[in-house]
Design a protein around this ligand. Sequence first.
Ligand code: GDP
Length: 296
Amino acid sequence: MFKGLSERIGHSLDRVKGRGRLTEDNIKDTLREVRMALLEADVALPVVKEFIEQVRERAVGQEVLKSLTPGQALVKVVHEELIRVMGSEREALNLRGRPPVVILLAGLQGAGKTTTTAKLARYLQETEKKKVALVSTDVRRPAAIEQLETLAGEVGSSFYRAAEGTAPKQIADQAMEYARRQHADVLIVDTAGRLHVDEDLMQEVRDIHAAVEPLETLFVVDAMTGQDAVRSAEAFGQALPLTGVVLTKADGDARGGAALSVRHVTGKPIKFMGMGEKSDALEAFHPDRVASRILD
Ligand code: GDP
């Protein structure tokens, strides 16, 4: 992510070595460098603008501690601002409700919903010691339902399979009943995606949402999709009361922009990162750690 950002900052500030204070003047070029790095990483423009403004405000006038070079001092400000933009604190899943507590996953096709459903199931079972049931409401793609059933078998969750021809909302209702009968603690509902946002899809997810009243409504988004991630985040954020985001494929050669933009656009915390295709490749999202990774 943002390969070499701290190096770029360091280099362009080498010239001001020896001066005791960061000024508007001596950080100008460096801020341009940071701005470029963020744009190259596909961070949405409004986010970049606000980011640079915040860094400027905090940096100008700052005394450079004796132990730091001006470059290091500015890197520190950038690091703190990265953390702030990504949400400061790690935000855990909210599971405080009468079981079965529902987690609803929404997002575009290919974003990684089905994979994430299985990963979350495994995480909840292993780490939180929860009993988990899974269901897919993707009636247009029978293969997607089968894929989840297979994954459920692999991670050892129970799976609700509806009769063929059942409508998505009814599947969700029935799955709730099933999860109750199973004494499941958590029901994870995987929903249909489309290649593009459309009104039909949004209405379908809203209906399912109303049927199962999830405690967590997570928007699943592919970190590699840059500006498209921002657009779909906006659309899903308007259609659904999201409670958080799962950023998938963060293991790929992601330029990292989505991590910064999506939080800004949705106003919701990134709760997890997908770090691979396997069911154990899910990491809690720690803004401070990701900020350090970005600056590495
Ligand atoms: P869905 O259409 O939203 O349900 O997407 P899928 O769960 O079927 O995932 C689409 C593709 O992305 C599959 O090939 C997954 O293996 C892959 N995938 C999902 N999450 C990750 C991830 O975190 N890292 C990587 N590298 N691949 C992922």
